[in-house]
Design a protein around this ligand. Structure first.
Ligand code: DQA
Length: 153
């Protein structure tokens, strides 16, 4: 069975309370619950982990090499700062989809650069919690069918 690791970075444990006008009112638990339902429908196994610490996320990505077929990652603020996360993604062969709730290109300039996206299969942003669903659907299809049309990696 296909196994997917969902990783969420710093402050995403605060979803629901954190700037709801920007990030929505839904909690991370509720988002993951919805994602687990979709995983069930798609017939894949899903493991979720959230951490506020960069090193923990690096270790999870490294461990993902053995245990998972794909990764869905919202690196949150580390997107814009972390060479370590990018290097971790590049050191594993597991395809990763980067997700952002908001469209970071439409926000402050320091959010326009993603250090991690270049090491990913693709990126989905601006669709709120639905972005995780889009990522899971796309990633599972990619894994089931191999390189799909439009996927140039
Ligand atoms: C975010 C965007 C990041 O710029 C920000 O630091 C976050 C959340 C998003 O999901 O929109 O924490 O990754």
């Amino acid at each position: 069975m296909i196994k997917i690791l969902v990783l969420n970075g710093p402050n995403l444990n605060m979803l629901g309370k954190r700037e709801p006008a920007l990030y929505g009112a839904e909690t991370l638990d509720s988002i993951i619950q919805g994602l687990r339902k979709l995983a069930g429908t798609l017939g894949v196994e899903l493991e979720h982990m959230q951490s506020n610490e960069e090193g923990v996320l690096v270790s999870q990505i490294q461990a993902g090499r053995e245990k998972f077929d794909g990764i869905i990652l919202n690196p949150a603020a580390f997107t814009h700062t972390s060479v370590a996360l990018r290097d971790a993604l590049q050191s594993v062969t597991v395809p990763c989809v980067e997700v952002h709730l908001t469209n970071t290109s439409a926000r402050e300039e320091f959010r326009h650069v993603s250090l991690t996206a270049g090491a990913c299969l693709g990126q989905i942003m601006g669709f709120g919690a639905m972005g995780y669903h889009l990522a899971l659907t796309g990633l599972v299809q990619y894994l089931k069918s191999g390189r799909g049309p439009g996927i140039n990696q």
